[in-house]
Design a protein around this ligand. Structure first.
Ligand SMILES: *Cc1c(COP(=O)(O)O)cnc(C)c1O
Length: 495
């Protein structure tokens, strides 16, 4: 046995003579929190005055930050001043009311305060016993979300960082269930596996297949109909063909609220196909899932209650700060079979859920708190009301946008997302260029930020309402900027 009592360095001596305090005093902390609170309140008030997208060059922020780590402590006041001067000016402001790009991820005020409390207690919810309340709050908040979106009590779940991680985790469970002994033997020697998802699904499905070792060729991109919804008969055909070739169908991923157009796959029909062949059905509802809280939207979710797993992101439309993604499942066993692994030092006698067994990460943030605080401070009526208003605003904006015939819809308006383009009936390449330039002009204006996508090989503009800060007038502003840009760039003569 080596002698562990002898140390190379007399650390104990240093501990006695080192004059630096371990942490801020309570007075210093109070002052800093006060300044940070004031900053937060001011920022929320003036965020609409910043250009949504910063006018900076790559590397500009880095060069302002200094090359070397400071040796001596600096007062927070000075750090905050630099944050303001060099960092905030280099942000794309996701909380800007004119942020209409991608899917919004704005922060409702209670979530900001919850993040502070999470940092204050700084617990790690890897095991029930490493912070019992953190696990129980997480399970309560997840169950409240389940109830609010109308899913049966047979679903339980947990909070992960992102939908990408959730889908990957579901695929690992599905892979285990496909009966290939991956846990014991790895993928080598087993049958080829296949994953099915539509041409319109999020890249995270494909990435999950790459990360799970299934390979790019395992991903079957199933065709969509004219409204960008996965075709059940095409799924059936792909599965049947794979089975005939000895390929094992592993997971089908349907989407409610696709990334480009927010289209809704016919989950009920897809579930029937998946069930018939014993294929795991995962539903990606990262963006639109929370909208199941809105009673008149509920019908769009028909069939998702039969899925094996579902992901929804409170950090998108519900307004918790990043990150907060909820993975729901009907049976925890395949998740445990794929990932549970307990080293001796983490063994526990407790009969409670140890959430580390379900995901890849050991350390787990206390994310449940911000979802719980949000439910408490806003309520399900409040959350549903915000989404209902966003949907109404998007529908009204689509009507006004297409009045006059300069812009036309490129897909049906779905939830709070609009896909459109300026169309002149001319040469497609010229039209695409014009739309590209319209986007550039609108975004360069700094008041509105929209994004683009590609549909049927054509460049399409895209606007999605989801920020808690966005009001009717911000959409007016965006529409005005769009019409102005289109008028300046007459068809056929892009600048
Ligand atoms: C945003 C989104 C994702 C990815 O979400 P992350 O949490 O950023 O990983 C996946 N699928 C859909 C449908 C999305 O809208």
């Amino acid at each position: 046995m080596p002698d562990h009592t002898k140390r190379a360095h007399p650390a104990r001596e240093n501990a006695r003579t080192d004059p630096a305090p371990a942490d801020w005093s309570p007075e210093t902390l109070r002052a800093a929190l006060g300044r940070a609170s004031q900053w937060t309140i001011d920022y929320r008030r003036r965020v609409g005055e910043f250009p949504v997208f910063p006018a900076i060059e790559p590397g500009q922020v880095r060069s302002a930050l200094g090359e070397r780590p400071p040796k001596e402590p600096e007062p927070f006041e000075r750090v905050l001043a630099d944050f303001d001067a060099h960092i905030v000016s280099g942000l794309t402001h996701w909380n800007h009311p004119g942020f209409l790009a991608y899917f919004s991820s704005s922060t409702r005020a209670p979530s900001i305060v919850a993040e502070l409390l999470i940092a204050a207690v700084g617990v790690n919810a890897m095991l029930w016993r490493t912070s019992p309340a953190a696990t129980e709050v997480e399970r309560t908040a997840v169950d409240w979300l389940r109830q609010a979106v109308g899913l049966p009590a047979s679903f339980s779940g947990l909070i992960l960082d992102t939908a990408s991680t959730a889908t990957f985790t579901a695929l690992l469970a599905a892979r285990e269930l496909a009966g290939t002994r991956v846990r014991a033997d790895g993928l080598a020697g087993g049958p080829a596996l296949a994953v099915y998802t539509s041409e319109q699904s999020h890249s995270s499905v494909e990435k999950s297949a790459l990360a799970a070792g299934l390979g790019h060729r395992s991903v079957r991109r199933i065709a969509v109909d004219e409204a960008f919804r996965m075709r059940p008969e095409a799924l059936e055909a792909a599965i049947t063909e794979d089975l005939a070739r000895g390929v094992r169908p592993t997971m089908a991923c349907a989407t409610i609220g696709t990334t480009s157009t927010a289209s809704v796959d016919p989950v009920e029909a897809l579930a029937a196909v998946a069930r018939r062949h014993g294929v795991w059905l995962h539903v990606d509802a990262a963006y639109a899932g929370p909208a199941a809280m809105v009673p008149e939207q509920r019908a769009r979710f028909r069939g998702w209650e039969t899925a094996d797993s579902i992901v929804l992101n409170p950090h998108k439309w519900l307004g918790t700060s990043l990150d907060c993604s909820v993975l729901l499942y009907r049976d925890v066993a395949p998740f445990r079979e794929s990932l549970a692994l307990t080293p001796t030092y983490l063994e526990s006698e407790d009969d409670e859920t140890d959430l580390m067994d379900i995901g890849l990460a050991l350390g787990r943030r206390f994310r449940g708190l911000k979802l719980w605080v949000l439910f408490r401070c806003v309520g399900t009526d409040g959350l549903a009301g915000t989404m209902r208003r966003h949907i109404a605003m998007a529908e009204a904006a689509a009507d006004r946008l297409t009045e006059g015939g300069v812009f036309e819809l490129a897909a049906p308006v779905s939830f709070s997302t609009i896909c459109f383009r300026a169309a002149s009936g001319g040469d497609p390449a010229t039209e695409d260029r014009r739309n590209r330039e319209i986007l550039a002009r609108v975004n360069a204006g700094g008041r509105s930020f929209i994004s683009h996508t590609e549909l049927g090989g054509r460049y399409v503009l895209r606007l999605s309402v989801g920020s808690v800060h966005t009001e009717e007038r911000h959409l007016d502003e965006a529409l005005e900027a769009l019409h102005r840009a289109a008028a300046d760039l007459s068809p056929g003569e892009p600048a």
